[in-house]
Design a protein around this ligand. Sequence first.
Ligand code: GLU
Length: 337
Amino acid sequence: MMSCKKFIIGKMLVAGFIVTGLFTQAHAIDVDAVVKAAYEKYKDLDEGANADYIPALAKVDSNLFGIVVITTDGKIYSAGDVASEVSIQSISKVFTMARVMEDSGTEVITENMGVDATGQVFNSIVAIEQYQGQEMNPMVNPGAIATTSMVKGSSEKEIWKNIIDTYDDFAGRKLTVMEDIYTSEAATNQRNQALAMLMYAYGRIEKAPIEATDIYTRQCSVGVNAKDLATMAATLANGGKNPVTGKTVVSHEIIPEILAVMATAGLYDDSGQWLYKTGLPAKSGVGGGILAVSPGKFGIAAISPPLDAAGNSIRAQRAIADIANALGGNPYDPAPK
Ligand code: GLU
C-alpha cells in the first residue's frame, strides 16, 4: 500500500513535467535530492572490479564516484566527486561518430559498417569474420576504429584536431589526453590492431589501419570528469546545442541516428537489458564512465571504475537508472491522455 502510494505520487510529478512543460521547474524542486539520494544509496556498494586488460586502468582509484545531471536549459545537479578524471574509453566512440556523421552524412555509417548489434563481445574477431566487416556497429571496436579512419584530415595531426575539438565542444572545455593511459593501452592494443587489419582486408577501412588504431587509442585516453560527460550527454539531449556554453556543436538532424546507435549497442552485451530498464540511449566505457540521454530533457553521467562482467560500471548503472526513472526520463513511457 505504502509503495503504491509513493509510485502514484512519482507518476503525478512526472506527468506534471510532460503536460505542463514545467520539467525544469519540477527539476529545481527535487532533482538535487534525487541525485544526492542515489549517491548515498550506492556510494558504499562494493561490487565489481576495475578493468585490468589495459594495465593502467587497474591502478585508478576504485572509490571514485560522481554523478551529474544537466538539463537541456543548462541547470546542473551533482553529487560526489565530479572533478576527478578517468579516461573516456569507449564513450569516445559516440563523439567521433558524431564528427563523421556531421562531415560526411549519416549514410556513410550504414553503408560502411552497419548499425546492428553484432551479438558478440566489443572486440570480437569472430563478428568481423561472420559479417565480413559489414554488420558491425560504431559502438564496438571494429566499427569504432573504422569510424575513426573516416574522420576528415590530410594528416594525423589534422585528424586528431578534428576529433579533440569535437570532444571539447561537446564537453564545453579543453580536454587532454591522459598520457599514462595512452602509453599503457598503446603497448597492449595488438588485438585492436588485428581488428583494424581485418576491417582493412574487408575494405571497411580504406587506408592506414594501424594509424587509425593509434588515433582511436588516443581518443580513448582523453580524460573526462562526470561533469564533462554529463555536458556531452546534455548536448545530445538538446539536439546538438551545448546547453551550458550555448554553442551548436553538431546539427540536430544527426541526433536521432546517434541516439539510435547508442540504444542498440551502448552498453556492450547488456544494451538490451539497459534499454529495458531505462529506455535511454547511453554509452559506457571501461574507464568506469557511463552517460545517458533523455531526449529533450537532460543528460546524465556517472563515473565509478569497478565494472560488472559485461564491462559496465556497477555504481554508475544503478545511480543513472534510479535518477533517470525518478525524473521521468524514459522516452518509451508516455503518459496516457
Ligand atoms: N580503449 C578500449 C579498447 O579498445 C575501449 C574499450 C571500452 O571502453 O569498451 O579496448
